[in-house]
Design a protein around this ligand. Structure first.
Ligand code: GLU
Length: 443
């Protein structure tokens, strides 16, 4: 057994009943053995045992009062996974599925993602099993305030800086930021994704989606192609999906699908994004309401979004949304590119199918790193008290995404796995964190 295999086996035992976290480790660790073969001193220093164990996992109760006057209780977490290269950075997710396994898998992935950005940020993640669906504005505020009343103790501009994720957008960040300020009496850059009028960054809302498309553009370029005239399947209907779709359209592609947890829409004419924004951002409604805007579109409650024929698939909803059956459909219909807007969108079986069939595939830890990158630009603007223009943010974002692509592509090639961007991302993300850990001693 190799060192990586031994550590993985033990880590799986140490984290029983946590399938998502086990999956993320199983996906990453085998690639890291290749680095260990080159630098045996990493084994001596216990780098792998340390990298799979979060520095700390904070778990706490969030009591709040609903509109009927009843006390509700949710579970919340913050994992401060790895701080070797900078303050912990990563979003907060509000979704009924949230548990320790999901937060740990996300925090683990975030460590590699943040390293890939080339920016000085460590990996963190958090969230709650609170379900924002159907809640009033006041209930959302009460929940956010209660969560921050506990979480504020662990935050700091140089310590831990959360942001949004599924179920957490500018509204939730605003309520949490207001509560942080009320408790501490200080305006500090402890959250990113703020509205621009009180210290947010232009371009943060668009960043993950735009960044995803900038990376996909590089993938297409490698194969001598462009977005022009391509058909794209996008899943999800949050800010990642929406702005990914917008940028694809700007580049001359047609986006034909979007989805939410209820089902997916197929619009052969190309999705009308104004309608999606009206439904999701203004009404906070369901994607099936899209039929009110285009009667020719179709809505499917069941069935696979990935069975819609496309050249490029951009999963932007949630983890494990692209499984073996979906991957087989993509292959069958001639799809050639998959890039993940959501974290760990693709199951290991599906990744294998994509690789076997030469579909060029970029994992979320590289392809969706644009969001956290612009978050760091927001931190920088907060620290200097000088706002940046949209053009400056967007051009920095583009540079970062191109650099990440170059790094993962080159790393995969250097390790004899040309076109395996997953291996390239795992190794390139690891190299920097491991070196930093070694330099800082056994901490
Ligand atoms: N939740 C996002 C991610 O998965 C953004 C994190 C951030 O901006 O800190 O990377």
């Amino acid at each position: 057994m190799t060192y990586a295999e031994r550590v993985l086996e033990q880590a799986i035992k140490n984290n029983p009943g946590e399938p998502e976290f086990q999956q993320a480790m199983t996906e990453i660790l085998p690639n890291l053995q290749l680095v260990i073969d080159k630098y045996p001193e990493y084994e001596e220093a216990g780098i792998l045992e340390r990298i799979v164990e979060p520095e700390r996992l904070i778990s706490f109760r969030v009591p709040w009062v609903d509109d009927k006057g009843k006390v509700q209780v949710n579970k919340a977490y913050r994992v401060q996974f790895n701080g070797a290269i900078g303050p912990y950075k990563g979003g907060l997710r509000f979704h009924p599925s949230v548990n320790a396994s999901i937060i740990k898998f996300l925090g683990f992935e975030q460590t590699f993602k943040n390293s890939l950005t080339g920016l000085p940020i460590g990996g963190g993640k958090g969230g709650s099993n609170f379900d924002p669906k159907g809640k009033s504005d006041r209930e959302i505020m009460a929940f956010c305030q209660s969560l921050m009343t506990e979480l504020y103790k662990y935050l700091g501009a140089d310590t831990d800086v959360p942001a949004g994720d599924i179920g957490v957008g500018a509204r939730e960040i605003g309520y949490m930021f207001g509560q942080y300020k009320r408790i501490t009496g200080a305006y500090r850059g402890v959250l990113t994704g703020k509205n621009i009028i009180y210290g947010g960054s232009l371009g943060r809302t668009e960043a993950t989606g735009y960044g995803l498309v900038y990376m996909t553009e590089k993938m297409l370029e490698t194969k001598g192609q462009t977005f022009d005239g391509k058909t794209v399947a996008v899943s999800g209907a949050g800010n990642v999906a929406t702005y990914a779709a917008k940028k694809c359209m700007e580049l001359g592609a047609k986006v034909v699908t979007m989805s939410d947890s209820g089902g997916y829409i197929y619009d052969a004419d190309g999705i009308n994004l104004d309608a999606v924004c009206e439904i999701k951002e203004v009404r906070r409604g369901r994607i099936n309401e899209y039929l009110e805007f285009n009667k020719n579109a179709k809505y499917y409650e069941k069935g696979l979004i990935w069975s819609v024929p496309c050249d490029i698939a951009l999963p932007c909803a949630t983890q494990n949304e692209l499984q073996a059956d979906g991957a087989a459909e993509l292959v069958k219909n001639g799809c050639k590119f998959v890039a993940e807007g959501s974290n760990m969108s693709t199951t290991p079986e599906a990744v294998e199918i994509l690789h076997e069939n030469k579909i060029f595939y970029a994992p979320g830890k590289a392809a969706n790193a644009g969001g956290v990158s612009v978050s760091v630009m927001e931190m920088s603007q907060n620290a200097s008290h000088i706002p940046w223009s949209f053009e400056k943010v967007d051009s920095e974002l583009k540079t970062i995404m191109c650099n990440i692509y170059a790094a993962i592509y080159e790393t995969a090639e250097r390790y004899g796995m040309k076109d395996n961007l997953m291996a390239g991302a795992n190794i390139a993300g690891f190299e920097k964190v491991a070196k930093a850990m070694l330099m800082q001693g056994a901490v």
